[in-house]
Design a protein around this ligand. Structure first.
Ligand SMILES: [Zn+2]
Ligand SMILES: [Zn+2]
Length: 358
């Protein structure tokens, strides 16, 4: 069962390893073993960092996930194939790729019906979340079925957006966003902006975005959003809803909630058209107080979003066809500057910070 080709062993494999809360180190780790029959071996190109990584760095835990042993961080990666296992037919050496980091079992009922994002294995095999080592490293193996080839014309740093963009694609698929709809997006951070651009690509006719920071709304305007709503202290969900309806010229058919904040979820309930949908992308670890009777009487559908499924091809297509995504890559750091990258991310600088892994 030897692989067709393998990277010669012996070299150092530099990685960003979280030992415990606030203890992040650049260290040499072992080279991966030759890829298994269904795996590819990859040279990491770029890995984006996001709030999840910063949270893990600061707390060494995130919801149910806890760092029990040193963990390589990173889950938003582009790479180049350097070796393929003997059963691999979809990829060859030299292919540029993006990595779908949560690997399902491919055997349970959810996997068999295509809803593999519900597979329990995804939770323990999501690279970059404990206990599975992540992708801010120079070399690693990954199942070929969850390694997606990208066009050679797509910049490898921009390609690292595929993972968060896949969430937006899945959210738009869940909401069945279609031509001519009005959409309200809550939150103009990276997820909100990716989601607004995805909804626009799906044909939404008018999109308004809401945030508490004017600088973020300015970025949304630069990216072509139709309307912005600045949420100020003391405003109620009703105030924000009225502003959204004015901005959109009517109630949104769909509200895409990317903040997890209580006022935004209630704004979504206030604003969304009767019979409309609210997509819950933002997560809040706390319980929220929600006007459920209003949501019920308006027959609103509240839809959850768990990562993505079968969404990478569409995410790659979006990245390849729309140059505005290049504007997201505001900061690039070398692997040995990774601490600066995390500090920059913690300060809320830029839109997407990427680390060059080789
Ligand atoms: Zn992320
Ligand atoms: Zn499964």
């Amino acid at each position: 069962m030897s692989p067709k080709k393998s990277k010669a062993g012996g070299d150092a494999n530099k990685a960003i390893i979280l030992h415990k809360a606030k203890d992040l180190r650049l260290e040499n780790t072992s080279m991966p073993s030759p890829p298994g029959p269904d795996e590819v071996q990859l040279r990491g190109e770029y890995c984006g960092i996001c709030g999840t990584d910063v949270h893990l760095w600061q707390e060494a835990k995130l919801g149910i996930f806890e760092v029990q042993k040193p963990l390589i961080l990173g889950h938003e990666a582009s790479a180049t194939v350097i070796a393929v296992g003997q059963n691999v037919t979809n990829l060859t050496v030299g292919d540029p790729v993006v990595i779908e980091n949560a690997v399902p079992c491919c055997r349970c009922k959810f996997c068999l019906q295509g809803t593999y994002n519900y597979c329990e294995a995804c939770t323990v095999q999501a690279k970059g979340l404990p206990p599975a080592d992540g992708l801010i490293q120079q070399y690693y193996n990954h199942p070929a079925a969850f390694t997606h080839k990208i066009p050679p014309t797509l910049r490898l740093d921009v390609a690292a957006l595929a993972e968060p963009l896949a969430v937006s694609v899945h959210a738009c698929n869940r909401a069945k966003v279609t031509f001519g709809q009005k959409i309200l997006v809550c939150g103009a951070g990276t997820m909100g902006l990716l989601t607004f651009l995805t909804a626009k690509a799906y044909g939404a006719s008018r999109i308004a975005i809401l945030d508490i920071m004017q600088s973020k709304l300015d970025k949304a305007i630069e990216l072509g959003v139709d309307g912005v709503i600045l949420s100020r202290k003391g405003m109620t969900a009703k105030d924000l809803s009225d502003m959204a309806i004015t901005s959109l010229g009517g109630h949104p058919d769909i509200t895409m909630e990317c903040t997890g904040s209580e006022i935004c979820v209630n704004t979504a309930v206030e604003a969304t058209q009767c019979g409309g949908k609210i997509i819950l992308i933002g997560l809040n670890p706390n319980k929220l107080s929600l006007s459920m009777s209003k949501a019920s009487l308006k027959e609103l559908d509240l839809l959850g979003v768990c990562r993505y499924r079968n969404s990478y091809p569409q995410a790659v297509e979006l990245l390849s066809s729309r140059p505005e995504f290049e504007k997201f890559i505001t900061h690039t750091f070398q692997l040995d500057q990774a601490m600066d990258a995390f500090e920059s991310m913690q300060k809320g600088e830029g839109l997407k910070i990427v680390i060059k892994c080789n």
